[in-house]
Design a protein around this ligand. Sequence first.
Ligand code: 13P
Ligand code: SF4
Length: 362
Amino acid sequence: MNAQALLTQLYDTPETDILEQINALKAELGDQVLILGHHYQREEVFAFADVTGDSLKLSQQAAETDAPYIIFCGVHFMAETADILTADHQVVLLPDLAAGCSMADMADDEQVVRCWTELAEVLNPDECVTPVTYINSTASLKSFCGEHGGIVCTSGNAQQILEWSWSNREKILFFPDQHLGENTAVAMGVPDSDMIIWDPALPLGGNSPEAIGRAKLILWKGFCSVHQLFKPEHAETMRRNHAGIEILAHPECSRAVCETSDFVGSTEMIIKHVAAAEPGASFAIATELNLVNRLRILFPDKPIWFLSPMVCMCSTMFRTDPQHLCAALTSIRDGQITNQIKVPHEQKRWAKLALERMLNLA
Ligand code: 13P
Ligand code: SF4
């Protein structure tokens, strides 16, 4: 049966049967398969993950596993990262190939090369600019950074990576999330006068040569559409209505939201923060809905609110459902692999270097 026919059949099967099939396939395949699950995955899929975590923890896990098959319940850039960090004989699958990340798509190859070329009109970028990319980026951009002396960061280690980068070269070009770069720099005490924004739609990113010459941090104008839905006024409302509430935010949120928050951190850091609090402590959290709902279940003694009155859900993370997970496991059992993520060899070399520079610092 081809992959599409299998999926159609699975969608006609009651969900309880699908869950049983996943359990049976996992038992049959044993150590052959490692399922990695990001915190934003829906509960029905998350429950089957062998390892759960934020992007940093999951990439460390991918670098360490010997499993011949890795199913990444997350989005495309995560599966690419796993493929880069695993050996050639290991196979990485993304259950639904349409599970992308709009932020990662905001810095394409042509724009990145044009930016570097335009910077070279003003200065020598290979001497004075460290390109840093958030892990939420294409393999091609990671490769670009590796080739130009740069590095990858995650939301869990961004400060350490900025410190490393500035210790090597005078300036940082930070891709593709303006907000993670800006929020990290603000927390480190970097003044506004040292930062500029690079809009890839404009010549010189919309900056004068003098402003580029002065800048220490050049922030690519990219963002996460999910985290941009949180607003500082949501925090004001929460504080007005719930005395003593603590506001927790992911650093992909805007600077205004992070500045009004009591704690800013990666998904893993947010979970640890809530876990460490005393019973009765209350939180309003600015990150993806599936994680906030899970925290409510995990910590019933700690009242937890979603910071925004709107539903801020990552629709591409949500694409991975039990049917797609079941199809991925079936394809491994039947030796007819579908949805394999394979980064081209020429990108792998430099992208791996950029990732290893990060992992070696951890
Ligand atoms: P972390 O889990 O690394 O904090 O990242 C959040 C995210 O947006 C993943 O796409
Ligand atoms: Fe991309 Fe935002 Fe979804 Fe994360 S939450 S995968 S950054 S769109």
